[in-house]
Design a protein. Structure first.
Length: 206
């Protein structure tokens, strides 16, 4: 009985230790409007400012999907605005009005810091005896097994996100979210979208 209880305690400690070591997305509140009311937003027009169209589409999709889990409609801007030549503020306002959004969520990837770790490959020799005297080197078939170099990437990304009230056009809320050492930009966008929407919920904006 004592052994069983001790095992439970050790397991619990292990779980806490793993959770404590897990990398988290850091949130810093940059602005919270002093005149903000208790209004919650139910339909957000989601705008990403990215260097590439593919990244813009992916990020807006992830944010919209995460908002849906909170029972909030998220309308990605790429479905209404052609951003190839840049997006004008008037275009954003016009599109948000067209879809009946009560808020405009603008996310901007402020910086991307990528580190690369290269692990050199190696070569091993595989020997297979064809018979005869095993000590005779020439009775063996030789095959060189080569393992290529491996590259490990780690992305640390900072995103600044603003929420605007669609009716007044005034900025309501701003956060900076930092995602640390992720292996891919897809993983970054997933974690950033989750952090942004979670903070909106915590601050009772959705």
């Amino acid at each position: 009985m004592r052994t069983y209880s001790r095992a439970i305690v050790l397991t619990a400690i292990s779980v806490i230790f793993v959770a404590a070591c897990a990398s988290q997305t850091e949130i810093v509140k940059l602005y919270d409007s002093p005149t903000r009311t208790d209004q919650t937003y139910k339909r957000l027009f989601v705008v990403d400012v990215s260097r590439t169209q593919d990244q813009l589409v992916d990020f807006e999709k992830e944010i919209a999907a995460r908002l849906k889990q909170e029972s909030v409609d998220g309308v990605p801007s790429y479905t209404l605005i052609e951003s190839g030549a840049g997006v004008l503020q008037d275009d954003i306002y016009r599109a948000s009005d067209d879809v009946g959004a009560d808020g405009i969520l603008v996310a901007h990837i402020a910086s991307v810091d990528t580190t690369m770790e290269v692990k050199e490959g190696r070569e091993d020799m595989k020997f297979e005896c064809r018979g005869g005297n095993p000590v005779d080197y020439f009775l063996y078939d030789h095959e060189v097994l080569s393992a290529p170099d491996s590259i490990k990437l780690a992305h640390t990304v900072v995103v600044v996100t603003n929420l605007y009230d669609a009716a007044s056009r005034e900025r309501v809320w701003t956060i900076q979210s930092t995602c640390f050492e992720k292996a891919s930009m897809k993983e970054v966008l997933l974690d950033e979208a989750d952090a942004i929407v979670r903070q909106l919920r915590i601050d009772k904006l959705i």
